[in-house]
Design a protein around this ligand. Sequence first.
Ligand code: HEM
Length: 539
Amino acid sequence: YNPKPKKIVESIRSFLLHLLQHNGDAGAGSGGLQAATACNAAQTSPVSPPAPSPPPNDAGVPTVRSIWDIPGPRRLPLIGTKWRYFFGRHRYAKVHETFMEMHRRYGPIMLDVDTVPIVNLFDRADMEKVLRYPSRYPFRPPTEIVEVYRSSRPDRFGVTNLINAQGAKWHELRAKLTTGITSRRVLQAFIPSVNEICDDFVDLVRRQRADDGTIRNFQDIANSVGLEIICCLVLGRRMGYLTTNRQNAKFMRLAEAVKESFVYIGESYFGLKLWKYVPTRLYSNFVRCEEIIYETIAEIVYEALEEEQLNCPDNDVKHIFISILQTEGLDTKEKISGIIDLITSAIETLSNTLSFLLHNLSQTVEYQREIAHEFAHCVQHITNEDLVSARFTKACIQESYRISPTTPCLARILEEDFQLSGYHLQAGTLVLCHTRVACLSEDNFQQADRFLPDRWLEQRDENDNVVNKRAEPGASVVLPFGIGRRMCPGQKVIDIELTLLVAKIFQNFEIEYRSPLDTQFQFLLAPRTPIEIRFRDRT
Ligand code: HEM
């Protein structure tokens, strides 16, 4: 670990520079502190306050304002607006609610100041401008703590990885690591295996539920199914996490380490970031999780590789990880850590998304019946055609992404100057597009706080012709997987996985959420655990 005193000087210098600028809270009234402590306000945002119009110059022509004119919480010497996160652990865990409050208070755009200014966007039109910018290599800010740790382990990791890389290097990694998991042909051929895994999941629920039908730690089996599916896709073999005792201590440690590492990544963005200079407890904990993740998954990958070599498979049916390992132009470390990243990305994201979706569906038993009805004709395996025609199930999933996404915002670095909500932002500015806030705003969705899958359904006549296309004005901000060239390469896998899981669950059970759902920000938005769900056999 290398302390970097130069960086400390840089940070201090940049804050001193900010101090020379306007000092925040310029927008909607006074009392930034008050705004920041009002974190537990209601979840949904009413219609947004309009952007204040630009002040006219002497000739009466509205002037374009700079980044430092953007309203936001008061900026303090050296710590900028970071003080907002210093009020106990809950401030950080509830940061998604704080952003709702910030939107209500400051309007469509808000400035935070960290080591650099961060522009928070809440307005749909602004987000569309930024996210739909036709970029060759979209620029997403890297996760610094991952970069710092990985560069301290050159024995294991290449110079960068897919999630953090930029420019031509990112493009190369993206092309070489994700071709298999995004291929329609590969994924369609994978559907029978996902069917089997989902059947095993249903059996596991039956075996593990208590006498009253309750599963007490639902997140554990949700993690197991996520890992089983991604290992089956990438490594081409069943791991047995759902059917055997392999759901053992080692695997539980892996799932826990993935979850915890997201928490530490999230925390590393806030506060004073002392971990950059000294190995703080946060940094040491993060390293501990990363080591568990690397060692456990590397062991799985190497085991699979050994078996593959023993069986000498036909070249045409190469598994995704073998294709990656045989790719030219990347070094072995980049390939192994790329495979590990793909597997890791698929565990917690799926588990959170499934838990939120089941919570939303548990509120209305008719929705559960409608899903069961949609798949009633599938006695054995569900096919690709069944998945495509399951309109109601897809509408439920889409609505759940809108109302309870696991990724509440998307980050970009502007590649050219932009005018957003009347402010001039220069190329290089870091912006956060708060899609969750926009999805919960009445500006974009009527009855935004209600789970209403019908809003995504077209009206059809008796011959199944569309007679009325529903046009939700806010549809463009429902972006659970991001957008553009940098969007999530796992989307198609998750589409299949989630639809099949929901289909099999409601073919077999009616569910009831037994634990209250509380959300916490852990880099991803996650349900507070443990989650208790009662599964009653469908009669
Ligand atoms: C419900 C599950 C998932 C959600 C909600 C999700 C969401 C996201 C989002 C929002 C991004 C950033 C996109 C952007 O900046 O535009 C992303 C990136 C990424 N995701 Fe996912 N993801 C999920 C599952 C997966 C799975 C299953 C995999 C792997 C198979 C995966 C691998 C990745 C990778 C590698 C990136 C970085 C892509 C790049 O920078 O080029 N994700 N994901």
